[in-house]
Write a protein that binds this ligand. Structure first.
Ligand SMILES: [Zn+2]
Length: 491
């Protein structure tokens, strides 16, 4: 079990996702995967003006911002250039988020998000620009709005917010899927094809060679084939005909180049590679990582066990553990720098607990507060969850373990909820405390050689050659000419 969905857990943001998300924007995905978000209630499209210039706080809560001035400037500049030549210019926004998942997605309100994961896998600006145009295309062609009207979208709001919302608790069976899949928004083939066409059109219009966008499909397919090792989400499952898509984009690109009225098109390979020098690669263990059934947080210096066989997911706000069949959910989150009593009261209110009798106790030596109760039902459809909240005071911080299950099966899972909290401890193991993320390093071939030899010369173990070949958009046997740039990863 090795998910790429482990996101940073940070202090401070505390209870945000416990509140059902009010936003109704849905998220559209590059390659139909990754987070999708909407209100649990399907709403008719509104005539409200586009709000896309600012990133959605709910998306940032889920992923975190990736603070990299170079990449943010690149996406802003190219995004604005493309917006100006698009079919529906508007005040759109562009943001790089801190996730190792290879993904890009757009909200219909006009914001495009690229993960640092996808930025690591592009090999030139033309690939980047093609995907940017594709996502912008979903916005300008208003695909997300159609989706929203059809009411078919599941959302990242469900990850916890709506799960705790009584109305969605009825679908506790869907929790595990949310945790693992983050809710996939599927576009129709037509929408997807249209967005591909717009990606070609917009990237060509601002001067790029759009055929490179098709090449990036191959990178995605290869990451999928490798996903057993890397846990990269499926691309092919939602694109059974991606070979067709590759051919189609290649031919659209050729046509676009012919009618563009110019003879040279930018690729900017070296420029792009230099812009991702130092980019974080893979999970950032500083923000929490799972190893052998234990969650470690080096920056916050704590650890606790994960119930055996459960799925887990880290995000800036919380760490979630789900029973494999979605019958129970245990969420760990920061509950503020306050007293246990105050934190407990705030938490009970946020969860909507009725008749919660809080008891002071100690858990593994830490001052603690525990309460249990039923969520208040707010409409007829709901099946409120039974909840066990265990709050632990660790120095200045209060952390909460919130366990949820249907009332009928709650007693089955309560002991596991308790065992996890009992296993909460300070992290003192230096090998965990000092864990560092890997980074992309751009190297120059000092002589004509194969990619595999170049990787070997940089001390990359042979078991990672294929992974690195995919990252470079090459085969291990491909030749590098003297002076050519290529990627390796290292601390
Ligand atoms: Zn798409």
């Amino acid at each position: 079990m090795n998910f790429s969905f482990l996101h940073p857990l940070r202090t401070g943001a505390a209870l945000l996702l416990l509140i059902p998300l009010a936003s109704t924007s849905s998220v559209t995905n590059w390659a139909e995967r990754g987070p999708a978000k909407t209100s649990p209630i399907a709403k008719a499209p509104t005539a409200s003006p586009l709000q896309g210039a600012k990133p959605d706080p709910a998306v940032i809560a889920q992923f975190g911002l990736y603070n990299n001035a170079t990449l943010q400037k690149l996406i802003d500049t190219k995004g604005k250039q493309m917006t100006a030549v698009s079919d529906r210019p508007g005040d759109y926004g562009f943001t790089v988020v801190d996730s190792p998942i290879i993904n890009a997605f757009a909200t219909p309100d006009g914001h495009v998000y690229f993960t640092r994961g996808i930025m690591a896998y592009f090999n030139d600006e033309a690939q980047f620009a093609g995907v940017l145009g594709h996502e912008l295309g979903h916005i300008t062609a208003q695909h997300g709005k159609k989706q929203q009207t059809r009411g078919t979208i599941a959302g990242i709001g469900m990850i916890l917010g709506s799960v705790l919302a009584p109305r969605v608790m009825q679908s506790v069976g869907g929790v595990a899927q949310q945790v693992v899949g983050l809710g996939m928004l599927k576009y129709s083939r037509n929408d997807e094809n249209e967005a591909d066409g717009l990606g070609v059109k917009y990237s060509t219009k601002i001067g790029y060679d759009a055929s490179h966008m098709a090449d990036f499909f191959q990178t995605l397919q290869r990451t999928e084939a490798q996903s057993g090792a890397g846990g990269i989400p499926t691309f092919l499952s939602s694109h059974p005909n991606s070979a067709d898509r590759y051919t189609r984009v290649k031919s659209l690109a050729a046509q676009a180049k012919q009618s563009a009225g110019r003879s040279t098109f930018a690729v900017n390979r070296d420029q792009y590679l230099r812009s991702i020098e130092g980019l974080n690669y893979g999970e950032d263990p500083r923000q929490g990582f799972v190893e052998s059934g234990v969650f470690y947080h080096p920056d916050l210096k704590f650890r606790f066990p994960i119930p055996s066989g459960w799925k887990s997911q880290n995000s800036p706000e919380q760490f979630q553990m789900a029973e494999p069949n979605g019958k129970a959910l245990l969420v760990f989150l920061g509950a503020g720098n306050t007293s246990l009593d105050a934190a407990g009261q705030a938490l009970a209110k946020q969860i909507g607990l009725q008749s919660a009798n809080a008891q002071k106790t100690t858990i593994n030596g830490f001052p603690a507060l525990v309460f249990e109760g039923d969520q208040a039902a707010t409409d007829q459809q709901s099946t409120p969850a039974h909840v066990l909240a265990q709050l632990i005071q660790d120095g200045q911080s209060v952390y909460a373990f919130v366990g949820l299950a249907a009332p009928a099966s709650f007693s089955t899972y309560a002991p596991q909820f308790q065992q996890v909290a009992q296993g909460y401890a300070r992290l003192t193991d230096a090998s965990k405390l000092n864990r560092q993320p890997e980074h992309i390093r751009i190297k120059t071939a000092t002589t004509a050689t194969t990619l595999a030899s170049a990787l070997a010369a940089n001390g990359i173990p042979s078991k990672r050659y294929e992974e690195l070949a995919i990252l470079n958009g090459m085969k291990t046997t491909d030749r590098l000419s003297k002076g050519m740039l290529y990627k390796v990863v290292g601390k």
